[in-house]
Design a protein around this ligand. Structure first.
Ligand SMILES: [Zn+2]
Length: 363
């Protein structure tokens, strides 16, 4: 993406983000913040995931890494990316994330200090597909400076990526919602590191393979658990639609008060449409997943109640940010386990209270 496109898209994003930020402040949830997937701005990730740039390791970059001594550090963007990179590198590199738990990657704009951290990193990994839309220019600058910069979603075949009509010709960036797709990203991380650090290539490949086996187990848990929800109740109703890949992968219908775009305020008709749906389907629970319009979810619950149908909030789901670093929910496995387990138990399916491995915090 060239700079002129970036500057053209900024006014739109700024307007949009101000509203989101206002919503975040209003709700004060502190745990999860929203997602503005309705405002994709870079085409297929644009600069944020241009294939050739990030998948090719220049020999200069390789040399830079090879010649560096002990202080090997990798900087990542979201917690989800930080986690998979940590899994692959083990103790060999220090891996830190720029975007803290509870911060929306769509809205994240690097500070001067963040840019310095990126510059000081030997390698940078980010999610891509324009998720970190406000960082595209920074990534380009780093690449121009010869830094190895990788989008973890770079090697996913286009056929596996969602392109909802609302997205025009942009892909949905929320790939981590499908554990099998996210597993492909782990492979890409392993290969990228192996190219950068050939003496330890086998180790990276082995760790990536072992972690991918864990993700397969998670994928199977999700599939099996979601399938245990009575078919008529197998519907995930959230404030806005950030679960497209989840829906596709695990066979659960997704409905939201707002569509993929949070830009347009939900109207009375959107709320009524969902109330009709809930009354007709008699769903036991709907979910808050982010900062976006919890008031709409409340309105839907009240609307259903006025028609004699009790619907409760089934829980809070992690959408674009994980739990706190250092907790199980602050790992990718824990994040998805939490979402799956919360959804399945609230909708009458069969899942252990503490999740796949008994590690979830009891509610
Ligand atoms: Zn999002």
């Amino acid at each position: 993406m060239d700079a002129s496109i970036i500057s053209q898209m900024l006014p739109l994003r700024s307007r949009f983000h101000r509203r989101l930020v206002a919503t975040v402040v209003l709700l004060g949830s502190g745990l999860l913040v929203g997602c503005d997937r309705g405002a994709p701005t870079a085409k297929n990730g644009g600069a944020a995931s241009s294939g050739t740039d990030s998948s090719t390791v220049s020999s200069a970059a390789q040399t830079a890494v090879a010649h560096n001594g002990s202080a090997r550090n990798i900087v990542t963007t979201t917690g989800m990316v930080r986690d998979i990179v940590r899994q692959v590198v083990g103790e060999r590199w220090t891996v830190t994330g720029l975007i803290e738990s509870g911060v929306d990657p769509h809205l994240f704009k690097p500070t001067r200090g963040d840019v310095k951290r990126l510059n000081d990193a030997e390698v940078v990994f980010y999610s891509g597909l324009a998720l970190e839309g406000r960082m595209s220019e920074t990534f380009e600058q780093l690449r121009r400076a010869g830094k190895p910069v990788f989008a973890v979603t770079d090697q996913i075949e286009a056929a596996s990526l969602r392109t909802p009509p609302e997205f025009a010709d942009h892909h949905d960036p929320h790939v981590w919602m499908d554990a099998a797709l996210w597993s492909q990203c782990v492979e890409h991380v392993g290969e990228s590191l192996a190219k950068l650090d050939p003496p330890h290539a086998d180790e990276y490949h082995e760790r990536a393979t072992a972690y991918r086996a864990e993700l397969t187990r998670l994928d199977e848990y999700a599939r099996r658990s979601i399938a245990s929800i009575p078919e008529s109740q197998r519907v995930l109703v959230t404030a806005h639609d950030a679960f497209g890949y989840f829906s596709q992968a695990y066979g659960i219908e997704v409905k939201s008060v707002q569509g993929v775009s949070t830009e347009a305020e939900a109207g009375v008709s959107d709320v009524n449409r969902l109330v009709d749906f809930l009354v007709e389907r008699k769903l036991p629970a709907i979910f808050v997943e982010s900062s976006v319009n919890a008031k709409n979810i409340k309105a839907v619950i009240e609307g259903a109640a006025s028609r004699g149908v009790t619907v409760r909030v089934g829980g809070e789901l992690f959408s674009d940010a994980m739990g706190q670093d250092g907790t199980y929910e602050g790992t990718y496995l824990g994040m998805i386990d939490h979402n799956v387990t919360t959804i399945v138990r609230a909708l009458g399916g069969d899942a252990p209270e503490k999740g796949m491995d008994g590690k979830l915090e009891a509610k």
